[in-house]
Each structure stands twice: as structure tokens, then as C-alpha cells.
Design a protein around this ligand. Structure first.
Ligand code: NAD
Length: 471
């Protein structure tokens, strides 16, 4: 077992002797680590350290920031195997995917910032004014468990690049990769106090962070419920907020689309990380006369996705991250049956041969009503709702008919038609005919899915205030 009874504050590992939080292995349910259940006191120490470090780091040179990020990038590459296995065990993502995504993406994102930073205009001219982009101040980063390092990197890399100082409160369900990150940063030239890590529950450690007056910005990824709390408390002292929250994204398959390719693309996206992905395409909208054929194709595709040990190279569908998450998803599957949707594949019973761990069968519902709860609420598990529509107008109305707006997809034999429909979706990104994920594109949500954008220059701008000097 990995005992991590320490926090990283002001460039030092501070021992923790209080209560701890158990971290469970998704595939077995066993306790694999213990981390501090820190509270207000530790958070205040970390915020004070970040506040003390701010003046000097905000005036650091771009070369100094780039050097630290290069060292971070090298550390992420070097420890990639360890990061992948750690997250595979905590979250349940199969090791092959975890290696490419959970460990690979953080290094890729860091690299994109390294490429962009030398040319980023930290000052520009507008008429007789010099416009300066200045770091926002101490940033509180609060992150979830599903892509635990990726979501941290998307915050701390642009924050550090902007000249901000950071206090990170990672998810208590999957915290270990944040410790690896702190170890890597401890070995770089980053001055003490610029990055601090405090581990603890949301309602104590997280609450103290988001409400502290010396924290000038909260960058949050997690549930819409917690995002609401953060937005309310930030209003008290006009903190800046960046919120990346839930989704209920629609894959709109137009009548002229290659149905087989569209269903396969939708299923692969929906089941990635066992559906524990905020951008998952969990609603598949199909022309009513193709509904049954689409359901057959979906059932055939999920039949190949038998849940298995995430540590095995051949596994494509792993368990969910926690017992609580598994129970929640199973309850939604039961609800779908109660709501009268057709169970096409899967179901609420545990998959055979997976007695231990938090496994759920990949499940497909057909004839789902657009306003039913399984079509409106984020399930965050391997559950797809197939929704029939009569014409393109109705498809767009259904796609836009939830409070969320994070992602989406459109499929058509006619790329221009697909782009036209994509332009009508009230969502932060749309995959057109299976277009590839792009780490240079802005990422974020409309409506209940978020405020602000991550990735690329948009992610950096979140951490910058604008000042104009009239000359
Ligand atoms: P969560 O909101 O329960 O927790 C996220 C973080 O917030 C954790 O660190 C938690 O400890 C902290 N937290 C909880 N209560 C808090 C409080 N009162 N004050 C301060 N901090 C608090 O979310 P989760 O269950 O960890 O993650 C799943 C959710 O995250 C899903 O809804 C998913 O869609 C969303 N998500 C969104 C994105 C995105 O980019 N849009 C990415 C990944 C996950």
C-alpha cells in the first residue's frame, strides 16, 4: 500500500498525522493508498505560501517559466509508465488506453504550451496604448478523478506559464498522480511556493480553498453541482472562475450518413474510460426509420466490449472508479427500464466473472424519450441512449434540449451539410464525421457545462488579467 501522508507546501513535503482517506483499486475494490484528509489549516498554509511566492514569480522571465515546463515535460515522459499504471488502478481505464491518454496527454499538452509560449503576445499595441497581459494571482485548482492528471496539467501548466502561483486540491478518489506531479515539480527549478498540493475532501479542504479571499481565481473541473457552489461563493469577492463541468452530448446521425461507421464511432466515444468522460456521446440520435438497425449495430459493437481486468493489455472496457459511482450507474440503468426504454444490450446485473471491483455491463437503451431522465441527466458510466427523430430540425432541437453543452458529433455523407448542422449545436465542440481530437483546439462548455476554455491560447488567457497603459 502507498502511504502518502504528506502535503506539498512551500517547496517542502509536510508530514500529516491526522485522518486519512482510503484510495481503492477500481478492478479489485482493495485499498491501495492512503492520503491526508487535510482541512482548513493546511489549506491556509498553502495559500499563504502561494501568496508569498506570487510577486516574484509574476515577474519571472518567460525563459525561466519555459525552462521549468521543459523539466516538467521531461519528468512526465520519464515517469509515464508509472503514471499510466497508477491511474489504471485508481480509475479503471484499461492500461493500453491509460498509457496513451492518462499518461500521454499530459506530456502532449505541456509540449503544446512549450511550442506556443515563445510567440505568445504578453504585450501588444492598440492605438496609443500598450496592452499588457498580467497574471491573475493565486489560483486554486480543484480537479476530479476521471482524467486526474490531464485535468491538473490543463490548469497548472498555463497558470505557471502566465506567472500565477497555484494551490492544487486533487480528487480524493484518484489523488496519486498529483503526488507524482509534485515530485516531478520538486525536482525542477520552480521556486518554492509557486506550486502547492493539499489533499483532502471537497467539503473541507476544497471549501477552504475556493472561499479564501487571497485566492483570486478558481479553476475547477468536476460536477455541475460543485460548480454551482463555486460560482456562488466566488461572487462574494468577485473571484475569477473557470468551470469545466458535466455533459450529455449528442451524436447526430443524419439520414445520409454511413450508419455503421457512425454507430461504431459513437459507441467507441461513449464507452471510453467506461463512460467516465465529460464529453462522452451518450445520446445517439438516429432517423426513426433507421432506429432498429442502429440498435442492432450498437448491440453488436458493445458485445465486443466485455469488461475485464484493466491491467491486461487486451482489455477494452474496465471498471468504474468507485463503488459509489458503480451503484449510481446501476441505479440509472434500472431507471431506464422503469422509464420504458427498450433494453437493447447490457443491464443492471454485474458482468460475469467480475465479482470484485466496480464493473458495470456496457448498456444500450433504444426508443429513449428525449425528456426522460436517462436522456437528460449525466450518468457517467457505459450507458448509451438511442433516440429516434423525424427530421433534421427535430434532431437539432433534441440535441440542444438539455441544460448541458459540452460536446457533440454530426455524421453525414455531405461534409457541408454536417458542418451546417454542427454550427447549430449549442455546444463547445463538435466532432464532424469522426474528426480527430485536437489538443490545440479550445475546450469547454455552453450552459451548465461550463464557463471559460482550456487548451492552447484560450487556456492561457484564462489566467491573465488585461491592463492598458495609455502612452
Ligand atoms: P465533483 O464535483 O464531485 O468533485 C470534483 C472536485 O471538487 C473534487 O476534487 C472534489 O473533492 C471537489 N469538491 C467537491 N465538493 C466540493 C466543495 N463543496 N467545495 C470545493 N470542492 C469540492 O466531481 P467528480 O465526481 O470528481 O467528477 C465527475 C464530474 O466531473 C462529472 O460531472 C464530469 O462530467 C465532470 N468533468 C468535467 C470535465 C470537463 O472538462 N468539462 C472533465 C472531467 C470531468
Amino acid at each position: 500500500m502507498n502511504i502518502l501522508s504528506k502535503n506539498y507546501i512551500n517547496g517542502q513535503w509536510i508530514d500529516w498525522n491526522g485522518d486519512t482517506i482510503d484510495v481503492h483499486e477500481a478492478g479489485t475494490g482493495e485499498v491501495i493508498a492512503k492520503v491526508p484528509a487535510s482541512g482548513r489549516e493546511e489549506m491556509e498554509q498553502a495559500i499563504a505560501a502561494a501568496d508569498d511566492a506570487f510577486e516574484s514569480w509574476s515577474e519571472s522571465s518567460l525563459e525561466q517559466r519555459i525552462k521549468v515546463l521543459e523539466q516538467l515535460h521531461a519528468g512526465l515522459k520519464e515517469r509515464g509508465g508509472e503514471i499510466a499504471e497508477t491511474i489504471c488502478r485508481e480509475v479503471g481505464m484499461p492500461i493500453k488506453l491509460a498509457t496513451g491518454i492518462q499518461a500521454g496527454l499530459p506530456a502532449t499538452i505541456t509540449k503544446t504550451y512549450l511550442k506556443m509560449l515563445p510567440d505568445f503576445p504578453f504585450t501588444e499595441q492598440s492605438g496609443n496604448s500598450e496592452v499588457q497581459y498580467a497574471p491573475v494571482g493565486v489560483v486554486g485548482c480543484v480537479t476530479p478523478w476521471n482524467y486526474p492528471l490531464h485535468q491538473v496539467i490543463l490548469k497548472i501548466v498555463p497558470a505557471i506559464a502566465a506567472g500565477c502561483t497555484v494551490v492544487l486540491k486533487p480528487s480524493e478518489i484518484a489523488p496519486q498522480s498529483a503526488y507524482i506531479l509534485a515530485e516531478i515539480l520538486d525536482g525542477t527549478d520552480l521556486p518554492k511556493g509557486v506550486f502547492n498540493l493539499v489533499c483532502g475532501p471537497g467539503h473541507t479542504a476544497g471549501d477552504s480553498l475556493i472561499k479564501h479571499p487571497d485566492v483570486r481565481m478558481v479553476s475547477f473541473t468536476g460536477s455541475t453541482r460543485t460548480g454551482h457552489l463555486i460560482a456562488h461563493s466566488a461572487a462574494d469577492d468577485f473571484k475569477r472562475i473557470a468551470l469545466e463541468m458535466g455533459g450529455k452530448s449528442a451524436s447526430v446521425i443524419l439520414p445520409d450518413a454511413d450508419l455503421g461507421a457512425a454507430v461504431k464511432g459513437t459507441i467507441n466515444n461513449c464507452l471510453l474510460n467506461s463512460g467516465q468522460t465529460c464529453t462522452a456521446l451518450t445520446r445517439m440520435l438516429v432517423p426513426a426509420d433507421k432506429h432498429d438497425e442502429a440498435c442492432e449495430l450498437a448491440a453488436a459493437a458493445v458485445a465486443k466490449m466485455t469488461p475485464g481486468n484493466p491491467l491486461e493489455e487486451t482489455t477494452r472496457l474496465g471498471p468504474l472508479a468507485s463503488a459509489q459511482q458503480r451503484d449510481r450507474v446501476v441505479d440509472y440503468i434500472k431507471l431506464g427500464i422503469e422509464e420504458g426504454a427498450t433494453l437493447v444490450a447490457g443491464g443492471p446485473d454485474a458482468p460475469e466473472g467480475c465479482e470484485k471491483g466496480y464493473f458495470v455491463k456496457a448498456t444500450v437503451f433504444g426508443n429513449v424519450k428525449p425528456d426522460s431522465r436517462i436522456a437528460q441527466e449525466e450518468i457517467f458510466g457505459p450507458v448509451l441512449s438511442v433516440i429516434p427523430y423525424s427530421d433534421e430540425k427535430e434532431a437539432i432541437r433534441i440535441a440542444n434540449g438539455t441544460p448541458y453543452g459540452l460536446s457533440g458529433a454530426v455524421w453525414s455523407a455531405d461534409q457541408d451539410r454536417a458542418k451546417k448542422v454542427a454550427g447549430k449545436l449549442r455546444t463547445g465542440q463538435v466532432f464532424v464525421n469522426g474528426g480527430a481530437f485536437n489538443p490545440l483546439a479550445p475546450f469547454g462548455g455552453f450552459g451548465y457545462s461550463g464557463i471559460g476554455r482550456e487548451f492552447g491560447k484560450w487556456g492561457l488567457e484564462e489566467f491573465l488579467e488585461v491592463r492598458s497603459l495609455q502612452l
